[in-house]
Design a protein around this ligand. Sequence first.
Ligand code: SF4
Length: 444
Amino acid sequence: MDNNIIEQKKYKIITYGCQMNLHESEKIGGLLCERGYTATDDETKADVIVFNTCCIRENAEDRAEGNIGALKKLKAKNKDLIIAVGGCMTQQKDFAEKLHQTFPFVDIIFGTHNLEDFGRLFDKKLTQKKKLIEVLPHEEAIKEGTPKCRTSFPNAWVNITYGCNNFCTYCIVPYVRGRERSRKIEDIVSECRQLVKEGYKEITLLGQNVNSYGNDLKDVDFATLIDEVSKIEGKFRLRFMTNHPKDLTEKLVQAIARSEKTCRSVHLPVQAGSNRILKLMNRRYTREDYLEKVELLRKYIPDVAITTDIMVSFPTETEEDFLDTMDLASRVKFAGAFTFIYSKRKGTPAEKMDGQIPEAVSKDRITRLIELQNNTNREQSKEYLNKTVEILCEDFDQKKGMYLGRDTHGRMAYFKSEKNLIGQFVDVKITKTGGISLIGEIIW
Ligand code: SF4
């Protein structure tokens, strides 16, 4: 046996919630990689376990608490194991306090505002036994240069803004992520250029509301950013999320339309189709405004695929309000919809609203909405039959034994190949369509 072999230390990050959080976990991973740690999927082999939590959905919070609790046994077996919890749940003072009381075996608690400072906290923990709790009450200036351990080749995510100024009444984000701050355009473009150089084939620009990028800077807006990133040489796709209908301007739609790199797909969360509910949500647009934005997108980008988020059972939602949502969804014919039932988020104005909707009514509404959306997806899938589409191969599905990837509209297709094609653009002829996914054969 070679006694000189030093076993490499390992980390595992458990991420809850959205793409924004997944990318932030890549930054936590980058800080640990910089310190000589490598990733593992097996938490029994990990020297460090980090929970990157989310409080946007209620069940994410419950799951996180359950999973943190389950680590008590592991910690009892391995006293050197470091357990850290960060993200938007811990950014809430009372949750951080509860976590501290309920799970005394957690070593580090940090928030969203000091996520990029995790490396310093981690180093401090290595040299002292004491538990570290650092949750900053206010956002700090944007920090550039945090290393990233990217986990989604050939896709890469790039933050363009942090925080949100919109204060939708159901949403906790502005309280846990602070006011909107935009990264400098030169920093974003340079990160994108480097990613293309490294072989990434799809870049997604991330922000709570990418459309308001630059409002806090001089002389730049999201349209300028799209133009600048599109000038980067090389074959790659550009996506962005998420958008706010009130900030989607004609200038921006024109920039998307003229960019050869930008995908023909826009995620435009509508949330509800009733003006009364939209007002209660503080969304600051009406259903008529939203339908106008859809028209605008289709005028400049006729084949654009519009996807959305729809919430049912916001407090006081009546059957009539819900039918307005169904009507809007059937008019727009979304290419995809993330549908969910409203759930109370502590500390938001909606939490205190009267008129919470009974569970049985909510379940009935969501079932009807999903059925409507499934029918739309089936109809749209049929249009793909016998067509050849360019797919960026993103992964291999072990269960299906097939590769998979998406077209410019974001539609997923599966296909067989003897060769590993991950990271390559391939032409796929669609031979079978079902719900939202497609099956096809590669045209060599
Ligand atoms: S736009 Fe509204 S829903 Fe989106 S993050 Fe901001 S407050 Fe939340």
